[in-house]
Design a protein around this ligand. Structure first.
Ligand code: DQQ
Length: 606
């Protein structure tokens, strides 16, 4: 008997059943906009997928909608990435499944033909939502995921196990009938109770997981414990909670080493280990994290700083990056982070192009030597796609200067630049009123054309002739004598401005965020750099990956990262220009600039 035919028959039948049941869905706390009328292939799929803005080396399936990365892991020489996927359309749907792709190097991928997990059982008939993988002793992977069980959106936590452990691709997954593992009790809002973490072990014994949720406006990481991975009991306290932050989605909890850059497996503990708790804030659609100490004996997590103070919140990425998830890669002893970079165009555009969503380039996570934050950096494998290097050295940019970089197809490129300057004297004074702003608002006011003292300077990417379209990534240094939270009296603002990236919409897209329309602001974050006033020269480094409709930037080895999704109509392929610029009165030296055209990653089927 041809098992694959049998299985796709069952898949088709159950999908049909599920789709008709889902017509009646009403989600009280769903985090994605539901387009019930667009979920079916016939209603929404265009005849062809439009290639115009597809990326060359970022992860994406051939067509349709993707969102959260799920259950990343390394098993028997293979990297696995699962992701939320709508098999019918380029919009999110309650028919979302766990699609599955595998890779030897995190860059080139094979898309496996069938979803690993899809709605089919009473414990997930109304949704197979996000979750994580854990490798149990004996090298046995298990997936924990959220199942939606009824039309009101009640969520439970389920498990799935590989059908065949000798298959390194882990193509087939079984959802045992003793699911669900966890149903929320009366202290849990069951319609906001989802996205279990990878499990960790406390003192080599009991298992723990966290599950995201809320109680009113209090965001919560619920904590559960188990001796055998089957019977899970809610712990009397939460892993953490913060008032006023709303629903927490996709929590991630993992250790980082304080003394070196090696990644740690999830259960690692010890005196020189800190723990990171990340939560995806449903209301803001951004990922925040905190660093702290996890006292495994008391099962208590104590963060270093108070997340209730918005100005102290840390983010992995200050742009379009959400629902991220990390995993430990034992092959290279590193922790790797995946994050979803959603489209920033209108839903109607996604439907007509036939696809929506990419995964950002996977990033290694290490602790910043300052101990206060993380550094995120593209995995080294991405460098294997680099072509012939173009360089610039020791080129001075005075106020108003632009330098065009020739000899590279910059619509698909990687680049690293070090800017240096002799003096901090011209840095503009930071207005205390801006403390109440977030960096994004300041980037909106002080855009790349607004002249300054020390900055703005940076890159102009995806630029058309005469700058009708362009996406600048730039820095501006402020002096802040009143900064009481730090000994550092300078604030460095980093911006990635998508508001002029496309002529297509013909209007300002920087203020809309309704989930249906285009949203392309100037994203911004501060970069925590301590300048040395005793040396004559200070630097700021910037790395940017450009891939047709995505610009991912990393300041200072990954202290601050910003991902923007953009859709130039003119600045495409060979017509996209790349420039360096300075609009500040302090001259900026391009100490070093290197750029490489990037070839395509192989994204095939098997
Ligand atoms: N997406 C999933 C949920 C998760 C949300 C559903 C975050 O499990 O909370 O597709 O984007």
């Amino acid at each position: 008997m041809d098992f694959s035919v049998f299985r796709s028959g069952i898949w088709g039948l159950s999908a049909l059943l599920v789709c008709s049941l889902q017509q009646f869905l009403l989600y009280a706390n769903a985090s994605h906009t539901v387009f019930a009328h667009l979920q079916s292939a016939s209603a929404s799929a265009p005849a062809n997928v439009t290639n115009q803005h597809r990326t060359g080396f970022h992860f994406q399936p051939h067509k349709h909608w993707i969102n959260d990365p799920n259950g990343p892991m390394y098993y028997k020489g293979v990297y696995h990435l699962f992701y939320q996927y709508n098999p019918n359309a380029a919009v999110w749907g309650t028919n979302i499944v766990w699609a599955h792709s595998v890779s030897a190097d995190l860059i080139h991928w094979r898309h496996l033909p069938l979803p690993a997990i899809y709605p089919s059982k009473p414990f997930d008939l109304f949704g197979t939502w996000s979750g994580s993988a854990t490798i149990l002793p004996g090298n046995r992977p298990v997936i924990l995921y959220t199942g939606v069980v009824d039309a009101t959106g009640t969520q439970v936590q389920n498990y799935a196990v590989p059908a065949n452990l000798s298959d390194p691709d882990l193509r087939d997954w079984i959802k045992p009938d003793d699911n669900p593992l966890i149903a929320g009790d009366e202290s849990v809002d069951r319609t906001a109770f989802r996205d279990p973490t990878t499990a960790w072990r406390v003192n080599g014994g009991q298992w723990r997981i966290a599950v995201g949720g809320r109680w009113g406006q209090q965001g919560i990481a619920f904590l559960y414990k188990s001796r055998d991975f089957r019977r899970w009991v809610k712990v009397g306290h939460h892993l953490h909670e913060v008032e006023g932050t709303g629903n927490w989605e996709c929590p991630d909890f993992f250790p980082v080493a304080e003394d070196n850059e090696k990644g740690l497996d999830v259960s690692a503990a010890g005196p020189r280990v800190k723990h990171v708790l990340k939560m995806s804030l449903d209301e803001k659609r951004y990922d925040y994290y905190m660093m702290g100490r996890y006292d495994s004996a008391r099962d208590r997590y104590v963060p270093d700083s108070d997340m209730a103070r918005p100005e102290l919140r840390l983010r992995y990425d200050y742009g379009n990056f959400y629902a991220s998830k990390s995993f430990f890669d034992p092959e290279k002893n590193r922790r790797v982070l995946w994050g979803w970079a959603n489209e920033s165009d209108a839903t109607s555009d996604d439907i007509s192009k036939g696809w929506a969503g990419i995964q950002a380039i996977p990033r290694t996570i290490v602790m910043d030597p300052n101990g206060k934050q993380l550094l995120l950096w593209p995995v080294e494998e991405v460098e294997t796609l680099r072509g012939k290097e173009v360089t610039v050295k020791n080129h001075k940019l005075n106020k108003g200067d632009q330098l065009e970089i020739k000899g590279i197809t910059s619509a698909q490129a990687d680049m690293e630049v070090i800017f240096s300057f002799d003096s901090l004297e011209k840095a503009e004074v930071f207005d205390p009123i801006w403390i109440r702003y977030d960096a994004q608002k300041l980037c909106g006011e002080k855009d790349s054309t607004v002249e300054g003292g020390l900055g703005p300077f940076g890159l102009i990417t995806l630029a058309s002739k005469n700058l009708k379209e362009y996406t600048p990534i730039f820095l501006r240094v402020f002096r802040d004598p009143q900064n009481n939270d730090s000994t550092n009296k300078y604030r460095v603002l980093m911006c990635s401005d998508a508001s002029r990236s496309s002529l297509k919409d013909g209007k300002d897209r920087s203020n809309l965020k309704d989930g249906k329309d285009a949203y392309r602001p100037s994203f911004g974050g501060f970069v925590n750099i301590e300048f040395n006033k005793d040396t004559v020269e200070n630097h700021i480094s910037l790395r940017t990956l450009i891939d047709n409709s995505v610009v991912e930037s990393f300041a200072e080895r990954g202290k601050t990262c910003i991902t923007s999704r953009v859709y130039p109509t003119l600045a495409q392929h060979e017509n996209a220009k790349l420039l360096l610029f300075n609009n500040g009165s302090e001259p900026i030296d391009i100490k070093s600039f290197k750029a490489w055209p990037m070839s395509n990653a192989r994204l095939g089927d098997r």
